[in-house]
Design a protein around this ligand. Structure first.
Ligand SMILES: NC(=O)c1ccc[n+]([C@@H]2O[C@H](COP(=O)([O-])OP(=O)(O)OC[C@H]3O[C@@H](n4cnc5c(N)ncnc54)[C@H](OP(=O)(O)O)[C@@H]3O)[C@@H](O)[C@H]2O)c1
Length: 277
């Protein structure tokens, strides 16, 4: 396989696997993004807050790939959701990325201090103006997602949230499906916390795969789009090599049973009034 399959989203499609460029663990470089593009990743996730958009822009330019072949996501940070700040953030993102549009523009986190209708109209404008082909929200719970969809004049295509075998996202996933959106999973490798897991290790051994590959495959088989980060070329390649095996129903269930009450990693809960579900 040279590139990934895609999942349908309202008004188009999204590559089923992306490369994350907002690591809390460090090690991001334009070379790493270029490696991902050479391996076959066609979906790159960034955000204004990460300070990595210029590296993504550099790598895309160096790859020589046609613009239309790459799905690029960026995000507006929670402190920039008022209309003038929002517009400025979008402009800065496009400049850093060296692009005249992104494939997906997202609200990075909700902000209870800014009315949601104001935020959603700033987001909708990016789609209407053609600087975003699709729009979406990240770190919204089910209540906020329902409100966002109701308040937005343009259709949302994607919700992005933390999801991996240690975190139960049953409710949020059901809401995303009910609305016909795609679920993009961040921290799909639980930032490295699962690598000594015995159950994942057994299943990985049975398929001749690694734990990271099994964790990513588990998401893909739920039609969820993982966006793993690695700074290391061999791991970037391993994380891509997940389309040649299938987990059984029993294996899918055994992995789902690994959920833990303390499984969440990204945790500024004060921004999500009403809790995570
Ligand atoms: N919307 C949001 O609020 C939000 C929040 C967090 C993250 N994100 C997005 O999601 C992306 C992914 O999340 P993340 O970077 O936090 O965590 P992650 O992808 O779950 O884990 C990354 C960590 O796993 C290690 N790793 C990667 N592949 C591996 C493999 N095959 N074997 C062993 N170790 C491996 C990496 O280390 P090495 O570099 O040493 O390989 C790195 O430390 C981010 O880059 C960002 O784009 C979005």
């Amino acid at each position: 396989m040279t590139t990934t399959p895609s999942f349908a989203i309202p008004g188009g499609s999204i590559p089923a696997l992306g490369y994350g460029t907002g690591p809390m663990t460090g090690g991001m470089s334009a070379d790493a993004v270029l490696t991902a593009l050479k391996i076959g990743y066609r979906h790159i996730d960034t955000g204004r807050k990460y300070g990595t958009e210029h590296l993504v822009g550099e790598a895309i330019a160096a790859s020589g790939l046609p613009r239309g072949d790459i799905f690029v996501t960026t995000k507006v940070s929670h402190e920039n959701l008022r209309p003038a700040d929002f517009a400025r953030s979008v402009e800065e993102s496009l400049k850093a990325l060296r692009l005249d549009y992104v494939d997906l523009m997202m609200v990075h986190w909700p902000n209870p201090d800014i009315p949601l209708d104001v935020v959603m109209s700033a987001l909708a404008k990016t789609k209407r103006d053609g600087v975003a082909r699709h729009i979406g929200v990240a770190n919204f719970n089910t209540t906020l997602l329902d409100q966002a969809i109701r308040l937005c004049d343009e259709p949302l295509s994607v919700l992005q949230a933390e999801y991996h075998p240690y975190l139960d996202q049953t409710k949020l996933l059901a809401a995303v499906r009910r609305h016909g959106l795609a679920f993009v999973a961040y921290c799909p490798l639980a930032r490295g916390r699962m690598f000594s897991d015995v159950v994942l290790g057994d299943i990985a051994a049975a398929h001749g795969k690694g734990i990271a590959q099994v964790a990513l495959r588990w998401l893909i088989q739920q039609n969820v789009v993982p966006i793993p980060f690695s700074s290391k070329p061999e791991r970037i390649a391993d994380n891509f090599n997940i389309f040649d095996f299938t987990l059984s129903d029993d294996e899918m269930k055994r992995i789902a049973a690994l959920k833990r009450p303390d499984g969440r990693i990204a945790n500024p809960v004060e921004r999500v009034s009403g809790g995570w579900d």
